[in-house]
Design a protein around this ligand. Structure first.
Ligand code: UDP
Ligand code: UDP
Length: 465
């Protein structure tokens, strides 16, 4: 670590750049934070990663960073129900605050104060931003979702005042949100009236964290969200750095929390170009046993080759490590036509020439990765920002469509949707638009592209803090 810090200081007028990172301990938040670590490290910054015990990253994979565990004092992982994720995030903040203050003070004492440039904290870690502020450490905030989603956070109190939220009747879900087109009420982050206060608290804290900070870092890019980024720049008093898609700058992420199955890449190698449907619902979303069966039989009935990530914990209410069981007869019915794995090297899968479509839950990382690889999407959002992301996929970028409209899934619906995406004529149009977006993304991340320039601005900004 001393060595890394010394290297970072060389060539920068003796001023060391040492950046402290604190990711939220979920896969979809750890990945972009580690990609950001890669970006900063490549530009001469020494990196220290604070992390909780729950979902701690694989430190052995990153000898170039220093890791500082922060005891979270919590008994275990949250269950996968959304209200428990929200509660977990809020509780985690309080549980870590005191220990983080201690650890941060120790790091500051060890590296004389001026060597530490700033803390980059996940937007959901307001308490850590406050601690850093009290210790006079400037902070940047990484928000791992889209710009549109964060604009929704900022507008949330206003939308509540205007009566959009909380939702009282299901008929209100389709009401268009005039202030944030093309969102409908159902596309906003919401949990029904019982969880309303919790969601308000979660989003208000994220906005407060950004307002206390010296800048907002977003894993998005100009070609995808120019109007939304412009709106945020108007509404926020801090600089906004749209440096995405981060996986293009720093492919090696923090290491998955589940063991990756790489043999599926060899199977993809012998499949026809753009013939395979990749199916994955991310690291948190869960489905009922019946939905799993309908999904399986819909995939089987479509006749389309597939690579399906069935991670332990995919079925709601089971233990996180309990393997999900596919319906009897599914394997025989699809033998030779598909592969089921517990966790896939997703970036490589989406880049593979054999992959022609992605059935996704529309977590922001998955959505951005798919867009950047030019893969059109079948959308099945579950909770949080996923509905809003799916809305953009279908109605703004027009590179996919939603299956099941938030209701129960039937195998017939699944079959038809898969065929429409993989072999239908509008699926082909979506694929063409996805290719165009891929090129636009490549321009943003290329030489002097908007994202590359934003990275340069961000690093300059960090140095000036
Ligand atoms: N991912 C992966 N292998 C899988 C499934 C997901 O590597 O089999 C990665 C994916 O590339 C993405 C992250 O896990 O970077 C999931 O993040 P996302 O925001 O899409 O969803 P979340 O898990 O937060 O719901
Ligand atoms: N800005 C931006 N994106 C960037 C860098 C800057 O939108 O990548 C905007 C930002 O909103 C800010 C202004 O440009 O209001 C000045 O940026 P700078 O980084 O110089 O911020 P300062 O530290 O001067 O507030």
């Amino acid at each position: 670590v001393e060595g890394a810090a010394a290297t970072a200081s060389a060539g920068h007028g003796g001023r060391r750049r040492h950046v402290l990172l604190f990711p939220l301990p979920y896969q979809g938040h750890i990945n972009p934070m580690f990609r950001l670590a890669g970006v900063l490290h490549a530009r001469g910054c020494a990196v220290t990663v604070f992390h909780t015990r729950f979902n701690g990253p694989d430190a052995a994979r990153h000898p170039e960073y220093r890791f500082v565990p922060v005891p979270d004092g919590m008994s275990g992982a949250p269950s996968v129900a959304i209200d428990s994720v929200v509660k977990h995030i809020l509780a985690l903040n309080d549980a870590c605050e005191a220990a983080f203050r201690e650890r941060l003070a120790a790091v500051l004492a060890e590296y004389s104060r001026d060597a530490v440039t700033c803390l980059v904290a996940d937007a959901h870690l307001l308490r850590m931003v406050e601690v850093a502020r009290r210790l006079a450490v400037p902070t940047l905030v990484l928000r791992t979702g889209s710009a549109a989603c964060f604009a929704g956070f900022v507008a949330y109190p206003l939308l509540c005042d205007k009566g959009y939220l909380p939702v009282q009747e299901s008929s209100e879900l389709d009401r268009p949100v005039r202030e944030l087109p093309p969102y409908r009420v159902r596309d906003l982050m919401h949990m029904g009236s019982d969880g309303h206060e919790l969601v308000c608290e979660l989003l208000a804290r994220a906005v407060a964290a950004v307002k206390l900070s010296s800048g907002l870092i977003l894993n998005t890019f100009d070609a995808l969200e120019a109007p939304e980024l412009a709106k945020l720049r108007r509404d926020l008093a801090v600089p906004v750095f749209d440096i995405g898609p981060l996986h293009k700058f720093s492919p090696a992420a923090g290491g998955s929390l589940l063991r990756e199955n790489r043999s599926c890449l060899e199977w993809l190698d012998v499949q026809a170009p753009e013939s395979v449907l990749y199916v994955s619902f991310g690291s948190l979303a869960c489905m009922g046993g019946r939905e799993l069966d309908e999904t399986a039989w819909g995939i089987a009935g479509s006749g389309v080759p597939f690579l399906w990530v069935v991670r332990p914990g995919l079925v709601c209410g089971r233990a996180p490590d309990e393997p999900a069981r596919l319906p009897e007869g599914f394997e025989a019915a699809t033998r030779g036509r598909g592969v089921v794995v517990e966790w896939a090297p997703q970036e490589e899968v989406l880049r593979h020439r054999a992959v022609g479509g992605f059935w996704t839950h529309n977590g922001w990382n998955s959505t951005a990765e798919s867009v950047c690889e030019g893969v059109p999407m079948l959308c099945r959002p579950h909770f949080g920002d996923q509905m809003g992301n799916a809305r953009y996929v279908e109605h703004v970028w027009k590179v996919g469509f939603e299956v099941g409209d938030g209701g129960e899934l039937e195998r017939g619906t699944v079959e038809a949707a898969i065929r429409r995406l993989m072999t239908g004529s509008d699926g082909a149009e979506m694929r063409t638009r996805a290719r165009e977006l891929k090129m636009a993304a490549a321009e943003c991340t290329g030489n002097a592209g908007s994202s590359e320039l934003a990275i340069v601005r961000m690093v300059t900004h960090i140095l000036s803090l």
